[in-house]
Design a protein. Structure first.
Length: 220
């Protein structure tokens, strides 16, 4: 039974999407249109009651949450070295992945969906502006990671192999454009993102999701 990935274009599901493309094993990509509320339909909630993407279906197992899915794909495709094999390097990669997911990602959620965190238009505007300001330094931290990797001669954030940190970095930097941050202002990170976007597996995911890397628009 082939793997099945439920994904939404431009969402964090881009991370496992690129890993599956990199692994090269057949999988079934299933598009979930969040803007149409397809994640709240009874059919989807039967798969994931939390109404989130991504969801990885592996045989009879239904796996949710980025860190768990990444760990499963790393176990299933050890030849890809999505996560470092050396124990401490692996720990550090998971540490960064968890931070990207539970801190940087959630900060952007406050920018993109302020209605989930405040009830009035005025409060929503304040939530959005406050978190957009927080988001910039977080991108700066990832930019520093990219610069350090380049200085050490490492082609990817996790070391010698493309992995989830790179795919998440691309996603988070792309989101920065929606939060009012020009991705080109993060030179090392922007260079990394442009380079990994050209990798054939990543390019296939970008094409399927119809993504534009730089969505930033300067204020009029």
């Amino acid at each position: 039974m082939p793997l099945k990935l439920y994904f939404a274009p431009g969402a964090c599901s881009f991370v496992p999407h690129t890993l599956l493309e990199t692994a090269g094993e057949p999988f079934e990509p299933v598009l979930v249109k969040l803007h149409k509320g397809e994640n709240y339909t009874p059919e989807y909630k039967a798969i994931n009651p939390r109404s989130q993407v991504p969801v990885l279906v592996d045989g009879d197992e239904v796996i949710t949450q980025i860190v768990a899915i990444v760990n499963r794909l790393d176990d299933r495709f050890p030849q890809c070295n999505f996560l470092p094999r050396e124990p401490m390097a692996r720990t550090r990669a998971l540490e960064t992945l968890a931070w990207m997911n539970n801190t940087v990602h959630t900060t952007f959620t406050h920018v993109f969906m302020p209605h989930k965190f405040a009830g009035t238009p005025e409060a929503q505007a304040e939530v959005k502006a406050f978190n957009a300001a927080l988001y910039g330094p977080m991108l700066g931290e990832i930019d520093a990671m990219a610069r350090k990797a380049a200085d050490e001669g490492k082609p990817y954030l996790g070391g010698e192999h493309f992995g989830p940190l790179d795919a998440y970095a691309l996603t988070l930097l792309r989101w920065g454009g929606f939060a009012g941050h020009d991705p080109q202002g993060y030179a090392s990170l922007w260079a990394l993102v442009q380079r990994i976007a050209l990798l054939p597996p990543v390019a296939r995911a970008i094409e399927r999701e119809r993504l534009q890397l730089n969505v930033y628009k300067a204020a009029a």
